[in-house]
Write a protein that binds this ligand. Sequence first.
Ligand SMILES: [Ca+2]
Length: 539
Amino acid sequence: MVAAMLREKWYPETPVSSPVTNCKSLAGPLMNFQQRCVPGVRRTLLEMVRAVRQSAAVIVAVASTLVGAARAQSPAAPPEHPNIVIIYCDDVGYADVGVFGAKGYQTPHLDRMAAEGIRFTRFYTAQPVCSASRTALLTGCYPNRLGIQGALGPQAKIGINADEMTLAELVKPQGYATAVYGKWHLGHLPQFLPTHHGFDEYFGLPYSNDMWPLHPDYLATPGQKKRQGFPDLPLVEGDKVILPEVTSKEQRQLTTWYTEHAVSFIERNKDRPFLLYVPHSMAHVPLHVSEKFEGKSGAGLYGDVMQEIDWSVGEILAALARNELDRRTLVIFSSDNGPWLNYGDHAGSAGPLREGKGTCWEGGVREPFIARFPGVIPPGSVCHEPAMTIDLFPTIARLSGAALPPQKIDGQDIWPLLSGEATAKNPHEAYYFYYNDNELQAVMSGPWKLYLPHTYRTLAGRPGGSGGKPVSYEPRKLESPELYNVAADIGETKNVAAEHPDIVSSLLGYAEVARDDLGDKLTQRAGKNRRAPGRVTGE
Ligand SMILES: [Ca+2]
């Protein structure tokens, strides 16, 4: 109720969802429309287009008509048991995709995904760090509800609790084949691996690619062969370590290998519903790229890495098209947290957003988000409403016809937003941003985001490192609550707490609800409804 009031009163005069008007090319809209037609009509159209190919002017006229007709269509109901593909990057920032403002390199496949589907300008990860973020995506819960925080290291003895339901376990009873190819990072010990949480297949790294004794940044002493304290980085398939010591040679192939597994999975499961989760190890440092893309972007190693990820997206989309699965498949692209800014030229970009990974400022938690579902999501849509990774779980439950778990989850069904309904609104009263050891650092309702007193890390205007070597952050303390309109003031430049004491008061009220439910280390609150992570027996 309060959120609705705040939204009515203060939300800027931007359309909730509007088609993109600057279509990138003629080929995209034409192809969209052709894919949306029944085969006979499509053939007729193709013949018509071929007949007039000699006349550029006529082609433009036909294209305009087709685009207009496509936009006039209402979104169709999704097919029963649609395939779900989630491509989830690591440390990729808000402005690292062309359509979100990437500079110096191209991401044509992601841009095409956006032109054929919807992009969200305010999509959030639940926490600005790897394991916590992935918990939210895969369970629909705030990660601190499930006892997962930070980035689980090779010494971690915990993982997702067997009593929790993952996305794979959600859709499995509906007959879905399930697979994850990439970085898991929700517990590396055998009982926490994906195959124990509903995934039929797994290939990838169990945690981050920098938790690695061969990390160049860690080898401080010349002549030192390995960094002390880190075990060898294993490559895992199913439940088995298939390569005990990943080197740079293998790191360079990770994006290619994940992609090959994803394409194979699509080919093998084209006749049944599937959930395919591709959490890339890139673009997390240490950056690695295959020979195919090395030096190709013209924008340094980070650009090369992003172009390889974009290629991977293109391969997955091509596999879907080749198997005539476009109209049966929802494809989602996003990232787990913002750029690791102190790595400088090896970090991504949050564009106009403030700060990056490891902070709850917009640069740490607001991510590029694209969803494509031909024939269901109207092409060229843009959503300005907020949404969060926790919302994908119940949305996928709706799409797959699956029953939600008996335990409380935090996400809400955002299918009206995702499917491009023009008048759809976000269903949440508020979102909560926790970080570190259960610190409630920010609360957001509608366009308003209130930062609570806490200490965050910043470069304070200094440049980041270069060549894969980071510089140090410095701590900065926020002494009193600060309020920003993150819809209108995307860069969080103007603290308007003094001008809007009523809104500050409302958001402080939401903060109290969260503290009572999930606790808050900053105010010494335990929280009533936190659940335990999975632990190794006897620990
Ligand atoms: Ca990350």
